[in-house]
Design a protein around this ligand. Structure first.
Ligand code: FAD
Length: 534
């Protein structure tokens, strides 16, 4: 018989934990990190005791995600633990076999940069997902604000008007209830949080599944030199392959092989990718991982108190490396909003803008990744020109990664109509909704480093101090945390432009006149977000 405790409290004072996070994948850990950044406590429930390195999925961490990691103070730790640095390599090669000739290649892929870059404060980083999860686990625990409950599983979510109860099962089969103000469903594609709010995933999946293989080889040395990915378009076998470290650990993605290929057959296929016979190369299979490309979007992302974050809300094919990066973007978006509501300066309706803002990004990401999937199938061309034409967006997608905008959100004082995202090209702009363009203040010192954890007013150095002070007073009166920073030279702003920046570094409002009404039109929207949009 199982033992069930009816109520467990977060601490001795019997106060509700503000937030329960279901799942410690990238989405859940990022959500806890963002909440802790705003001084909000959370409990994470995660069945996996240890992070396994056997089947790393994501390897591509985008510049935008690295910027979030920088804000939380973990970017350096991620780089220190990543086996491959952007200085070491930034190349993707298409070839006949790893012993054959190069068909074409792409450089500086995935926002990888050897030098400080003018468009982003942090270069992209190739790093196996388990390394990211380990660093984030250590970080969230080190904040002292996160109770990471490993080995436990959420089995039921019950939402009431004033709170949410999550029933949690311990490894010994006993269970207990935990009550919180909000629940973040970061429990991945089979989410029970999604089920609890009556949402379903809509969309499609690819008809065949693929097989990822992690293997050791001391003799695999591609004749075309180092690269982060090699796409082999041989007559016999097609697949992608890349290093996980510089000590002979590799991953291989065998297209269409998920339904029939075992470890033994994988060795034969990998030898064929290498252009060798099995006796010519040592291949020790460490693990296999079957996966299916999916293009799925939940029909709703949230109820009043339960929010779907990450793959519980959307899934895209991994081509382009957007999956977990999009999950981190979700976590940052809902994290600062919940913090604002708990702190009393954000209206409850602010939480309703989470779905509005992130659904568009998820949709755009699914579309871009699905296009990359179509350009990767059995009909993938072997001509260098066609490959450049069809694959560039997969490896150069700063327009999507840095350029997505929340301009249609009710809490953005947008002045222009929506324009379709250009996946490839990012153009820094002060148009409200977009990410504040990055500028370097001095070597290693980014403008982002100077922003407050609440809102920040970027004011021209020559701005009338009385006008600025009045704006600050209005914010103080509404309890909205506001920092003021002098606009540095070097950005796409005009000399007289004021910019109001949200906690997530997106521009809420821009203009050259900072009159009293602007506070209502801009900052005040976070308090009246249900009423302000016509
Ligand atoms: C082959 C492949 C390559 C990829 N490459 C990339 C890449 O290069 N870049 C990129 O950005 N993305 C990539 N992805 C996508 C990335 O792996 C996912 O987007 C990411 O893991 C999703 O994060 P998540 O936290 O939403 O979900 P998950 O990682 O699935 O985490 C969900 C967590 O919830 C836990 N959980 C489940 N049920 C419960 C429950 N009932 N109670 C509590 N906890 C629960 C699970 O144990 C898990 O820890 C790739 C995916 C694949 C398949």
């Amino acid at each position: 018989m199982t033992n069930h405790t009816t109520m467990t409290f977060f601490n001795a004072q019997s106060t509700l934990p503000p937030v329960i996070i279901m799942g410690a994948g990238p989405a859940g850990l990022a959500a806890a990190a963002e909440l802790a950044f705003h001084n909000v406590r959370s409990v994470i429930i995660e069945p996996r005791g240890e992070v396994s390195h056997a089947r790393p999925r994501a390897k591509t961490t985008s510049p935008r995600t690295m910027e979030h990691f920088r804000r939380w103070g973990v970017a350096d730790a991620i780089r220190a633990r990543a086996p491959l640095s952007p200085q070491w390599n930034r190349r993707v090669v298409f070839c006949d076999t790893l012993k054959g000739s190069v068909i074409t290649e792409f450089d500086n892929v995935f926002g990888l940069s050897a030098e400080p870059h003018e468009l982003f404060a942090e270069s992209g980083q190739q790093v196996p997902q388990p390394v990211v999860e380990e660093v984030l686990r250590e970080h969230v625990v080190s904040t002292g604000l996160v109770d990471l409950r490993l080995g436990e599983r959420a089995v039921k979510v019950h939402e009431a008007v004033d709170n949410v109860t999550v029933t949690i099962e311990r490894p010994d089969g006993s269970s207990y209830d935990l009550v919180a103000e909000y629940v973040l469903g970061c429990d991945g594609c089979w989410s029970i949080a999604r089920e609890s709010i009556g949402a379903t995933l809509q969309g499609s999946s690819a008809p065949t599944s693929n097989l990822n293989v992690v293997f050791k080889s001391t003799t695999l040395r591609p004749s075309m030199g180092d690269a982060v990915q090699y796409w082999v378009l041989g007559p016999e076998v097609k697949g992608a392959i890349g290093p996980l470290d510089r000590e002979g650990t590799w991953w291989a993605g065998l297209s269409g092989a998920g339904d029939w290929c075992d470890a033994r057959q994988a060795v034969r296929l990998i030898a064929a990718l290498a252009g060798r016979s099995e006796s010519e190369i040592d291949i020790e299979v460490l693990s296999t991982d079957r996966w299916t490309p999916r293009m799925l979007l939940a029909d709703r992302f949230a109820s009043d108190r339960v929010f779907l974050v990450g793959e519980s809300a959307h899934l895209n094919p991994p081509f382009g490396g957007h999956g977990f990066n999009t999950c981190v973007g979700d976590a940052v978006n809902i994290g600062w909003k919940i913090a604002a509501v708990l702190d009393g300066w954000g209206d409850r309706h602010l939480l309703g803008t989470y779905e509005n803002e992130r659904r568009t990004v998820a949709q755009e990401t699914i579309e871009a990744a699905a296009k990359n999937l179509r350009a990767s199938g059995p009909g993938i061309p072997r001509s260098p020109e066609l490959l450049q034409a069809t694959k560039t967006e997969e490896f150069h997608s700063l327009g999507l990664v840095l350029g997505y905008s929340y301009r249609d959100s009710p809490i953005i004082a947008s002045t222009t109509a929506a324009t379709p995202t250009n996946v490839q090209t990012y153009r820094p702009s002060t148009e409200p909704g977009g990410r504040l363009p990055h500028v370097w203040i001095s070597p290693g010192h980014a403008l982002y480093d100077d922003l407050g954890s609440g809102f920040t007013l970027l004011a021209p150095a020559h701005a009338d101090s009385v006008v600025v002070a009045r704006f600050v007073e209005r914010a103080v009166a509404q309890r909205i945390p506001l920092s003021v920073v002098s606009t540095p030279p070097g950005g796409p702003w005009t000399p007289d432009e004021f910019l109001l920046i949200r906690p997530d570094q997106h521009i809420a409002w821009s203009g050259e006149q900072l009159d009293d009404a602007d506070l209502e039109r801009a900052v005040g929207r976070v308090q009246t977000s249900d009423r302000t949009r016509a």
